[in-house]
Design a protein around this ligand. Structure first.
Ligand code: FES
Ligand code: FES
Length: 81
């Protein structure tokens, strides 16, 4: 297992989030329930990143797993090879 997360896709996942609801973003890239964690990170150095929605809106979760502003997309996907 390498230290780098798997790049699932180089675009964000738009998700309608609900105010006050908590989400667990997959940081490892191995989940089959992207962009959220399904427990597949077990045994790796990765852990999911908790996100609590401050309002009901569309959030853009990072799909490339290289965002500096995890769990949301910050445009870093444009710098990946
Ligand atoms: Fe990727 Fe849990 S499955 S962080
Ligand atoms: Fe990862 Fe945009 S999808 S930074």
């Amino acid at each position: 297992m390498s230290d780098a997360p798997i790049i699932v896709q180089k675009t964000p996942y738009p998700v309608e989030v609900e105010e006050g609801k908590t989400y667990f973003w997959c940081s490892c890239g191995q989940s089959s329930k992207q962009p959220f964690c399904d427990g597949s990170h077990k045994g790796t150095a990765f852990n999911p990143v908790k996100y609590t929605a401050g309002s009901t809106k569309k959030a853009f979760f990072c799909g490339c797993k290289h965002s500096v502003n995890q769990p949301l997309c910050d445009g870093s996907h444009a710098k990946l090879d």
